[in-house]
Design a binder for this molecule. Structure first.
Ligand code: FES
Length: 160
């Protein structure tokens, strides 16, 4: 997988290159934004006017599309994205406790990223493996039958 650029300064030249490499027809808006996100890990606000100009759209139109799709992120995300399932099965089996534990342990709230850019904490709708509830997803790996003890170990492993 390509290493994501999480440096604080946004490389505007690279954004321009990505836009130039893609077709400029309006239907290509989502693939262009996707490519930018793949490269930077999120869609930097600075990218919006560049994309809009090349596609002859208003920045507000580009912003509207980005806001509409949950797959797009407008803020940098951590190297490890931890998502707690908030579906019913996971909820009744203690997901809320796991979320609170993560918030305390990481010192951030749901939707936030630690200042060192190591962790982003999110919740997710049912991921379809309710039999393993409660579930926590770290990047793309599902960790089922989660409990506070297992979760503490998971975090310690990540720190190692
Ligand atoms: S409710 Fe969590 S996986 Fe379905």
């Amino acid at each position: 997988m390509r290493e994501v650029d999480r440096s604080p300064g946004v490389n505007l030249e690279r954004i321009k290159e990505i836009v130039a490499e893609c077709k400029v027809e309006r239907w290509a808006l989502i693939p262009v934004v996707q490519r930018i996100q793949n490269e930077f890990g999120y869609v930097p606000p600075e990218a919006i006017p560049i994309v809009a100009k090349s596609m002859k759209l208003f920045p507000s139109q580009v912003q509207g599309v980005i806001s509409f799709y949950a797959q797009f992120y407008t803020k940098p995300r951590g190297r490890q994205v931890i998502r707690v399932c908030r579906g019913t099965a996971c909820h009744v089996r203690g997901a809320e406790t796991l979320l609170k534990m993560l918030e305390e342990r990481l010192g951030i709230q749901e939707g936030e990223t630690t200042p060192d850019m190591e962790y982003t904490l999110e919740t997710v709708a049912c991921i379809g493996v309710c039999t393993l509830a409660p579930n926590v997803v770290v990047n793309d790996a599902v960790h089922g039958y989660m409990d506070p003890e297992k979760l503490a170990k998971l975090l310690t492993k990540g720190e190692g």
